[in-house]
Design a protein around this ligand. Structure first.
Ligand SMILES: Nc1ncnc2c1ncn2[C@@H]1O[C@H](COP(=O)(O)OP(=O)(O)OP(=O)(O)O)[C@@H](O)[C@H]1O
Ligand SMILES: [Mg+2]
Length: 328
């Protein structure tokens, strides 16, 4: 057996496969309300957990009345505070036909099927989870608002989390107000909740990304569950794929090896890499890499620009993945 090369993969998905992929990614297959440990310093974490739990429990009343009456729940917050964890926990708890995907996956579904067919495929679901709701593209936002409106009309509950907003220079900037404004017609169907906190990943992984030597990379397992590529080839390949394909690009991979990592000079390359890191992180795929440390690939001018938060989050995820144990 040999290692595979990501650059040789050009995934395409059928409708049925796209729908089958709409479940929580590997890292969150066992996320639950019980495994969520609220940080006592941030009471909004306990509040978010309880509201999310009440949201799918049905009935309700009392404290959570407001959230259970509305069919939509939107979680806003900084990175690593447990938004996706709570979204997955809620999905696991929901009964009936349910879907879980990133905003990009839903827009890709509509792109592939057309609006009417995508809406029909999702219609009648009891619960739809949308991770990282994007507000960058007005067309996509409008399409998704329409889709959610049609679904909620027929009784579907929708829960979404915020994506790191573009041009969010201030660390303290939150997206809930933008979200409500952009989905205007639907805004009174959503309760928004803000989770404060510190990046949970830092609680377990202090420090920087590990850098491997070429000798160490050679010694790693050689199976088809391991991808082995030159970093710059991967970056070039990403430019030729729609970001919704990054999920199937990584199918079956349990370890990603990148050789000769270099820092970015092009912002588009860097943003596509961020999207890949998100999918690696969701799928819980450890990274081993040589060259420049993977958390140092974003140059200062990018780190101080409009996408600062995206890069900081990618750094946090990259550090976690280079520390992750390999299990094949
Ligand atoms: N309070 C918590 N208790 C237990 N695990 C947590 C908690 N908060 C976060 N985690 C874990 O930390 C990791 C990061 O959390 P998660 O991905 O849910 O954060 P997020 O808010 O979605 O961040 P991002 O901005 O990166 O999407 C996950 O593995 C998650 O299970
Ligand atoms: Mg998340």
């Amino acid at each position: 057996m040999s290692r595979i090369h990501l650059v040789e993969r050009r995934p395409s998905l059928t409708t049925a496969q796209m729908l089958k992929h709409l479940v929580p990614p590997r890292q969150f297959t066992s996320a639950s309300f019980e495994s969520f440990e609220p940080d006592a310093n941030f009471p909004s974490q306990t509040a978010a957990r309880d509201t999310a739990r009440a949201f799918v429990a049905g009935g309700g009343g009392g404290l959570f009345r407001k959230s259970t009456q509305r069919p939509g729940l939107y979680l806003d917050g900084g990175f690593g505070v447990g938004k996706t964890h709570l979204l997955a926990a809620t999905w696991h708890r929901a009964s009936g036909r349910k879907y879980f995907g990133t905003f990009i996956e839903y827009t890709a579904l509509v792109g592939a099927l057309g609006y009417a067919e995508a809406a029909t495929a999702l219609a009648g679901a009891s619960f739809i989870a949308i991770d990282e709701f994007e507000l960058d593209d007005p067309g996509d936002t409008m399409m998704m608002t329409r889709l959610l409106g049609d679904l909620m009309e027929k009784g579907t509950k929708v829960m979404a989390t915020s994506n790191t907003p573009p041009n969010a220079l201030g660390e303290g900037r939150f997206a809930a107000a933008d979200f409500l404004r952009e989905i205007h017609a639907l805004s009174d169907r959503f309760v928004t909740l803000r989770i404060d906190g510190v990046d949970y990943r830092h609680r377990e992984n202090e420090g920087r990304a590990d850098v491997a030597t070429d000798v160490e990379l050679v010694a790693l397992p050689t199976t088809e569950a391991v991808s082995d590529d030159l970093f710059r080839d991967v970056i070039g390949h990403l430019a030729t794929l729609h970001p919704s394909k990054y999920v199937p690009l990584l199918a079956g991979i349990s370890l990603a090896i990148w050789r000769d990592v270099v820092a970015f000079t092009d912002q588009n390359d860097a943003l596509r890499f961020v999207a890949l890191v998100d999918r690696l992180y969701d799928a819980d795929i450890p990274i081993r890499a040589s060259g420049v440390a993977v958390d140092e690939v974003f140059p200062d001018d990018m780190l101080s620009g409009g996408f600062r938060k995206k890069y900081l989050r990618a750094q946090s995820r990259l550090v976690a993945l280079t520390h992750r144990e390999i299990s094949l």
